[in-house]
Ligand binder design. Structure first.
Ligand code: ADP
Length: 619
């Protein structure tokens, strides 16, 4: 399957790559946030809960101190001394009442040195546990300022109480003041500053004495569900439950259990419920904001990257492409204006250089072509002149030459009267020389036709090569005279009839066979023919002097002869080049094998049916 988008525009591909890269980045970011967010939340929740627990602890210590201070303020009240000396007047009572309520106290007890209750004020009818009170009063009367819890037997309220000794000017303890504040919802609100995500409860003696009035239902089952944690805190350890049972409103809460120390003793346990959603909302907002900012930045970066790739990559490439197209269309004046120092800039500069070089090359080429065209036209004209000259010359020469031959033959035959032996011999020489000259003229004419490309074949169908070879063999045997050379003809019948020029095929074979007869002094000359894959292969084997390898191309060149040929004397060096051209004009080929000193074999291969040869009637 081909790679998707392979055929899209470069611009599209680059932008897709950028989007994919940025998309991948976003996805990674999303996964990281998603995986780490809950863990982060839990850790943040735990640390917030710890903070809340510590704060409640500290705040409670402050409240204890405040309670003691309230008692001290009461002692410093004017008229306090009179309470011990003269007894309580209605005036001092009212003053106590006012002071106690202004200090936020729920009860107040003043005792003398003997523990007699001089003033007892309470804003409820609760029956305070005497033992609890006595314990604290005793401490006060021995001069200690301390705190403790006082319970109410009937209402089961619990009071954070403080006792302070009252001393006379000499520093002797003459009594004590005991004050108390109920540990109720209001006090709990003070401990956590009534923050909405934090809900407090207070457990004393396995009782839930107070709970956050804004969410009381959250504490309904706390004594049962969290008994183990409460017991641990009761033993003095600050513990946290990070996975409590789902609470009433289904929100995810975490709970801390804080030992409540009063007067240095663990007296109860504060339950600090913290709503994780407070952290969650804040953190989600934070993450959302950061993600939003990151997204915006990413999109900005993406847009920048898109613009950047367009400016620096795709647009220059587009320019290059357009210029290349124009050059391809032949406009070599194209130049690209990319000046950047990167690879594209280098490419553009190389392109401009190439374009300039192409321009000059094309100009030169056009110039040369024009010159060549002119030269060719000139040559063609010259060749036509030459052909015309040769044609007329050969005609002019052949006619008288034929007359010479024929008249000489008449004279030899004695038609003109008897001639003596010497005359006959001389006239025969005239006939032979004339024939040789005629042959030479014919060869020169053929060669000039071949060179000027005006050689036309007289193509016939059904040419009987076997017949041609018989005729050639008859001529050859007369050439061999009385030389000890055996002429053999070996035709692998049946030979197919072929399409070609009968006279020209005869000319080829006569040339090759007469060369063989001419150069072979003893041995044999064998003419062979056979069909071979749609071709006719003709071969002439001789036992003559052979041809040296270095002469193998020379023998096919016009007017070129080897040393053997030159020594022989007769010959023009035109036979083989003409023969090869004729074989090629038939769509065939000609070549030879030779071992110098042993002989040569010339081959001619002609197609049986040649597509290029059309039977014509003009020569
Ligand atoms: P010509 O025979 O008229 O000289 P050719 O073109 O027919 O010209 O042959 C060229 C030369 O090739 C010959 O002069 C001769 O040197 C060499 N040649 C041709 N045929 C043979 C052959 N059968 N044996 C040896 N040499 C040959």
């Amino acid at each position: 399957m081909p790679f998707p988008f392979i055929n899209r525009r470069l611009n599209v591909k680059l932008n897709l790559m950028l989007v994919a890269a940025f998309g991948g980045l976003l996805l990674t970011l999303g996964i990281i946030v998603n995986v780490n967010f809950p863990v982060l939340l839990r850790q943040l929740g735990q640390s917030r809960l710890e903070d809340e627990a510590v704060m409640v602890e500290r705040r409670f210590v402050e409240l204890e101190a405040q309670t003691l201070n309230a008692a001290r303020l009461l002692i410093a009240m004017p008229g306090m001394g009179g309470v011990f000396e003269t007894g309580v007047t209605s005036q001092t009572r009212t003053a106590f009442l006012l002071q106690a309520s202004s200090l936020g106290l729920d009860n107040l007890l003043v005792v003398n040195q003997d523990g007699d209750r001089l003033v007892s004020i309470s804003n409820s009818s609760a029956a305070y546990n005497r033992a609890d009170e006595e314990k604290l009063i005793k401490l006060g009367l021995i001069g200690a300022a301390t705190t403790g819890l006082v319970t109410a037997d009937d209402t089961r309220q619990v009071f954070l109480s403080g006792v302070v000794p009252v001393k006379n000017a000499a520093g002797t303890v003459i009594g004590a003041v005991l004050v108390g504040r109920e540990i109720d919802d209001a006090l709990l609100d003070e401990l956590d500053y009534a923050r909405s995500a934090t809900h407090l409860g207070f457990v004393y003696d396995q009782r839930l004495v107070a709970r956050d009035h804004s969410k009381p239902e959250e504490f309904d089952d706390v004594l049962n569900d969290e008994a183990a944690f409460i017991a641990q805190a009761g033993a003095g350890q600050l513990v946290m439950n990070m996975n409590p049972a789902a609470d009433a409103d289904g929100s995810a809460d975490v709970i801390a259990f804080v030992p409540a120390r009063v007067g240095g003793e663990i007296q109860g346990v504060f339950i600090v419920r913290f709503e994780l959603s407070a952290v969650y909302t804040f953190q989600t907002q934070l993450v959302r904001n950061s993600l939003g900012a990151m997204l915006t930045l990413l999109f900005l970066a993406l847009a920048l990257a898109v613009v950047f790739t367009r400016r620096t990559i795709t647009r220059p490439i587009e320019q290059l492409k357009q210029a290349a197209e124009k050059i391809a269309a032949g406009d070599f004046s194209q130049r690209i204006t990319i000046s950047s120092q990167d690879e594209l800039g280098d490419l553009a500069r190389a392109f401009n250089t190439m374009s300039a070089q192409l321009n000059s090359l094309v100009t030169q080429l056009q110039q040369r072509m024009a010159e060549t065209q002119a030269a060719r036209e000139e040559a063609e004209r010259a060749s036509q002149v030459k052909s015309a000259f040769l044609a007329s010359m050969s005609h002019e020469l052949r006619t008288p030459l034929n007359s010479i031959i024929n008249f000489s033959k008449f004279v030899v035959k004695g038609v003109m009267g008897p001639i003596n032996e010497r005359q006959e011999e001389t006239l025969n020489k005239v006939v032979n020389s004339s024939k040789h000259l005629l042959q030479l003229i014919n060869d020169v004419l053929d060669m000039s036709k071949i060179e000027s490309g005006s050689l036309n074949l007289f193509v016939e169908k059904e040419v009987d090569v076997s017949d041609i070879l018989q005729t050639v063999a008859a001529t050859a045997s007369s050439m061999l005279d009385d030389k000890p050379v055996e002429l053999q003809l070996e035709i692998a019948e049946p030979l197919p009839r072929i399409t070609g020029d009968k006279k020209r095929i005869m000319q080829i074979m006569l040339n090759v066979v007469s060369n063989a007869c001419k150069f072979t002094q003893e041995g044999h000359v064998k003419i062979m023919a056979q069909q071979q894959n749609g071709s006719l292969r003709l071969a002439v084997e001789d036992t003559g002097p052979g041809i040296a390898p270095e002469d193998s191309e020379l023998v096919f060149e016009a007017f070129k002869q080897t040393a053997t040929g030159l020594r022989q004397g007769s010959g023009t060096g035109l036979g083989l080049p003409i023969s090869r051209s004729l074989a090629e004009a038939h769509g065939g080929r000609m070549w030879f094998d030779s071992v110098p000193g042993q002989g040569s074999t010339f081959y001619v291969s002609l197609p049986v049916q040649s597509e290029t040869l059309q039977p014509v009637t003009i020569e």
